[in-house]
Design a protein around this ligand. Structure first.
Ligand SMILES: Nc1nc2c(ncn2[C@@H]2O[C@H](COP(=O)(O)OP(=O)(O)OP(=O)(O)O)[C@@H](O)[C@H]2O)c(=O)[nH]1
Length: 236
């Protein structure tokens, strides 16, 4: 008989990781935020050019959740940003409360998330409370320990979050708060799970499949490739 440990390993290997991309202007604290979540430690300095995906498991509501976290680097290159947006299931947009341009950058990033996610047909769904959500995006104002350098108020952050359609807003200090970052990830995970459940139940009510079944999806992909190959042969 299989041991519980082995069964857990098998079920984990079948579980899809929850992919979260951390986006924001340079210097807002994306790496500090990511490392706080992964290790609970605060590390001050990082290589600004390094872009990395970290993988970890965390306990959420009695379950083991698999996370993949993409700590993005310089956001100048458009194609790279598009690739990162397409990769993720959910997003955390970070700005620094001491930096106006990092605050404005979040609007641009949210706009791009909306347009790229739409192209991927990550369509919006209605939540039971009547609100609409697309790909979940949280807005986070960081560095609020720097009280004398603050430029963006908490109210402005909240206002921006509503304006650009983020699901939640937080103001934190990655440096000062150990648990804040973990809570943000946990809430994002819960929201995505809830969205998935709602989507499935709505689909059931409409007697539609919640997602395209894997085998149908494969068949469609094969068809596209076959057609492409055919077209290539014809041209050749
Ligand atoms: N005072 C304070 N400093 C912070 C906080 N979070 C990050 N920092 C500092 O801000 C600087 C930038 O942090 P990073 O985590 O490297 O920022 P980043 O967004 O990853 O920057 P790039 O890698 O250049 O994109 C570092 O010196 C951090 O120590 C915070 O909550 N409070």
């Amino acid at each position: 008989m299989s041991s519980p440990k082995l069964l857990r390993k098998i079920s984990m290997s079948r579980q899809k990781p929850f992919k979260v991309a951390i986006l924001g202007q340079n210097g807002v604290g994306k790496s500090a935020f990511t490392v706080r979540f992964l290790t609970r430690r605060y590390i001050g300095e990082y290589d600004p050019l390094l872009e990395k995906v970290y993988s970890c498991t965390k306990g959420v509501d009695g379950e083991t959740a698999m996370f993949e976290v993409l700590d993005t680097a310089a956001q100048g290159e458009h194609s790279k940003l598009e690739e990162n947006i397409k990769w993720a299931d959910a997003f955390i947009l970070i700005y620094s409360v001491t930096d106006e341009s990092s605050f404005q950058e979040c609007s641009r990033l949210k706009f791009l998330i909306n347009s790229y996610a739409k192209r991927q047909r990550k369509t919006s769904i209605s939540l039971p409370d009547g609100s609409i959500t697309t790909t979940p995006v949280f807005l986070v104002g960081n560095q609020n320990d720097r009280v004398h350098d603050r430029i963006i108020t908490e109210e402005q952050g909240e206002q921006k979050s509503k304006e650009i359609g983020c699901a939640c807003f937080y103001e934190i200090s990655v440096r000062e708060c150990v648990d804040c970052v973990g809570k943000i990830f946990t809430n994002l995970y819960r929201l995505c799970k809830k969205s998935k459940r709602t989507r499935q139940s709505v689909s059931r009510q409409l007697s539609l499949p919640s997602v395209i079944p894997e085998e149908v999806d494969k068949e469609l992909n094969n068809l596209t490739l076959t057609r492409r190959r055919k077209a290539l042969f014809t041209v050749g």
